[in-house]
Design a protein. Structure first.
Length: 122
């Protein structure tokens, strides 16, 4: 029981210090088999085979997938490959984070200049 509690506490610590909490935008693209054990949208256990995309975006993030409209999409379990994907494009635009809030508290003029530079780069 102590090991289970310790594992849960380590998981909570990992989540609180992970990329999500530090304004990063994690993306995971896998081909092949994926098995998950835990609670989520699909229940306590799920198994997927093929193309798996896990994206945890924030504001101003886009993910575009272009498929081959003639060939379609197929998955070969022998090789673990997905065919029919022409291009995957992901972009992350300007985001307001706690770092900008801290900058604005120290130097409002610098924060304003930073925001102006973001609008100029569009």
């Amino acid at each position: 029981m102590k090991k289970c509690f310790l594992a849960c506490m380590l998981l909570v610590l990992l989540l609180l210090t992970s990329c999500i909490m530090q304004s990063h935008n994690p993306l995971q693209i896998l081909t092949g088999k994926q098995t998950k054990l835990g609670f989520g949208d699909y229940g306590a256990f799920n198994h997927k085979e093929g193309l798996v995309i896990s994206d945890i975006p924030r504001e101003n993030t886009t993910l575009e997938i272009e498929f081959d409209s003639e060939a379609g999409v197929s998955y070969d379990p022998q090789t673990g490959s997905v065919k029919g994907i022409v291009k995957i494009t992901r972009s992350v635009g300007p985001q307001i984070t706690g770092y900008l809030v801290e900058l604005a508290q120290v130097s409002p003029d610098a924060a304003l200049e930073y925001l102006k530079s973001l609008s100029e780069n569009k």
